[in-house]
Design a protein around this ligand. Structure first.
Ligand code: CO
Length: 164
């Protein structure tokens, strides 16, 4: 009887350690890095974030040489259905506003525009994101969106269903 209790305690300790381990693995997925170059390209077409992430830290690095006002890049997150309208509104907003309409609720997250050799890091909450929702990231610098655009996956609908 005594031995049985002891082994149960050991099993519990092992389960707790395992849970802590997987928690650390999830934490690592909450950080994203993306690069942009002078060819108007991101080095990634899709980014994934685990739905357990309550916040995401993203770093955009411009690995080219062009200055921000010549061929700068930013990273903007929005619903895929809002991307075209946001890119157009951004063009009208101009460089001084980071080619984004000020205070627009359709912007989920955005970095400033960076030039060659510069980087920008932002942190944003995932509280308003719907797991499995259709999100995209893009560069709002005029004319870049058609080339600089990718999918942003915050979990999947299947995953949410299996968690329930
Ligand atoms: Co760009």
């Amino acid at each position: 009887m005594k031995i049985q209790i002891k082994s149960r305690t050991r099993l519990l300790a092992w389960a707790v350690a395992l849970a802590a381990c997987s928690g650390a693995a999830h934490a690592a997925n909450c950080q994203l890095n993306i690069e942009a170059n002078d060819m108007m390209q991101y080095n990634s077409r899709a980014l994934q974030v685990d739905p357990t992430c309550s916040a995401v830290e993203l770093t955009l690095k411009h690995v080219g040489k062009q200055e921000a006002h010549v061929l700068g890049h930013d990273w903007v997150l929005a619903r895929s259905s809002d991307v075209s309208a946001l890119a157009n509104a951004g063009m009208a907003a101009g460089f001084d506003h980071g080619y984004l309409p000020t205070g627009d609720h359709r912007i989920i997250a955005a970095t400033k525009i960076v030039g060659g050799g510069q980087a920008a890091t932002i942190s944003f909450s995932t509280a308003g994101l719907e797991p499995g929702g259709d999100y995209s990231f893009f560069c709002s610098y005029p004319g870049h969106m058609s080339l600089m655009r990718g999918r942003f996956q915050f979990g999947t609908k299947e995953r949410v269903a299996s968690n329930r």
